[in-house]
Design a binder for this molecule. Sequence first.
Ligand code: ADP
Ligand code: MG
Length: 719
Amino acid sequence: MNLSDSLEKTFRIQTTQKEALKRLGIETVRDLLYYFPTRYSDIGEIKMIADLESGEVATVYGVVSGLKTKKSFRTKVPMAEGYIEDTSGRMKITWFNQAFLAKVLHEGQKVSLTGKVTSGKYGLSMSNPEVNKTSFDAADVHNTLFKEKEDISEQIRYPIYRETKGITSKWIFHTIQKIFGSGIVKDIPDYIPEDILKKYNLPTLSSSLIWIHSPRKEKDALSARKRFAFEEVFFIQLSKASDKKENEDKQSYKISVDKKNHEEFMKRLGFELTESQVKAVATIFEDIKKDKPMSRLLEGDVGSGKTAVAASIANAVITNRPAQQNFGNLQAAIMAPTEILATQHFESFVKLFKGSPIQIGLLTGTGAKKFPAKVGPDPWTNISKAQLLKWVKNGEIPILIGTHALIYKSVQFKDLALAIVDEQHRFGTKQRAKLSQKENFAPHYLSMTATPIPRTLALTIYGDLDLTLLDGMPPGRKPVKTELIPPDKRDETYDFIKTEMKEGRQLYVICPRINEPDPDKENALQMKSVKEEAKRLKDKIFPDKKIDILHSKMTKTEKEKVMEKFAKHETDILVATSVVEVGVNVPNATMIIIEGAERFGLAQLHQLRGRVVRSSHQAYCFVFTDTNSAKSLERLKALKTAKNGFELSELDLSLRGSGDLAGAKQWGISDLGMEAIKNIKMVEAAREEAKRIIEKNLLKNYATLQKEFETRDRKIHFE
Ligand code: ADP
Ligand code: MG
């Protein structure tokens, strides 16, 4: 057996299983070994049969009897059943789909069983328990249960894996045990250098694999998890450090900032930059004066004025001429995640450059526009994409704004000196290189984000960027009034909203779910769904208002249409899931209700609230909650007291853990990797080691590390 062997060839697996595994991202022996358990069945659960209670997960020791196989009554699934008996009692056991167990076990076999206790017609029973043959007698257990719990507990720490239809946790467990049985794990060379393992007291790869899948002691499981968490962050840091180095080795345009031109532009803005905007602009001017490409992230809450910063930089850059040329302009590209956002950027830029000779293009999936217009009432005209691309290519259009369409091959710039990317977490070095289309050359790069994340996460996913914070807000902006609304205050709140709507204001209503409640899920009944809630609001609360819905199952075009109607005030109320999160500017929407608020992370709630800060009217955020838990309420109160989104994201991390960070998945870090993110020391250690290796060019000294890094890095960039 080899790590790279396909599971299909190594083990006899059925097509349905193969497909299920594929859904989990598992194809090879190695993939399965890296599919880690989410938890372990606990040791505190060994019980005598007579002490069992319905509903609990427990382990019992005893002797098996009455084994037989049959087909289940209704579904005809092959099954095995029997009894387990200890000194205190006897209990029925059944295994569906695992009739073979009846053959593997024999009458009188001593076993331990771990599973969920259910109560049925014939008293308590266990279905599909985990079985382990054991040398302990039921009587031994009885005697030692309280005296020597440690000894027994070492035998029964079962890993629990995330399942999918067609693959059970148990199948994964047994298959991994077979892989261990083949002996290959012992020989796996460790790609983490020995000195690093020693320095941070981490176990070797082969120990870690064994410990994470079948730990004998809790502390072994923990140290294996620590190692894998460390290594995940370490590989991300290696990747970021090498991206950074790659960029620093490139050339870029040296920009000289024309002071007079900049001051004129400031006048055109129509407002004074805030102190933090001024600082950010100055820092960026220093960066772009160099002939090395800038790599900077501008982080600032919604409404902090990132666009004004971006426009000032763009203006300074395009005022420069291409080298050895006394006409024309360098070029700037501005990329946004959606068509509406790109259009909004275009409109803001058009306002700022009105009356100047600067031409601005807009390129999206659906068409192209150019400013200024030669004729007509609008400041811009629709033109063909081909025409726009031609003018971008010959350099006549210095500012091009657009969606992802900007990185298509067909878009060629003449002298692209600046790339500004709004809210794209995964815009890496490779995409930057695509934009510039020049050998050993890269445009200055400014990434902007309003997504509040903790410092440890920022250090990891933005490890290749320098950070600038916009931590002030433009003056005169009224903070959003945030209120926690318990169930008995709802009617009052709806009445208040109605009076605001009479003044012409619009409302967002955020729900945690899309569809009808899923009856299988606990609590689902209380969890408001978008479709249901929209109907309820129309029937019961706002019968004379136009209500629309928005959720992630809609296509991109559908979503954009709904947003556009809302922006034009063709609808009054938008009932949505959290997809509405990423920045669309609807200044007239000044109210937001968040249903089931306790289900969202604080940073995410803050971002949702950010939807209503655009206006000069007073904005309101109504945090609807049904929770009675003092802890939950305390947590939600932070929304009223915290200074900004970053503070809230740190709170999320410390209070509820990484799973709560808004859309943790979008950063491509696993749940286990996120455990490292909670630990500033671990993140800093991984970062230090990665930086040292890349900056001193040491990777070539570590062949196994280099190979592993290259495989992983390729996966990250091309997935
Ligand atoms: P974001 O950081 O969310 O992208 P924007 O750049 O869209 O924020 O700015 C939000 C609003 O604040 C815009 O209407 C913008 O014109 C305005 N604005 C930005 N900076 C200032 C400032 N220094 N003073 C007054 N208004 C400002
Ligand atoms: Mg913005």
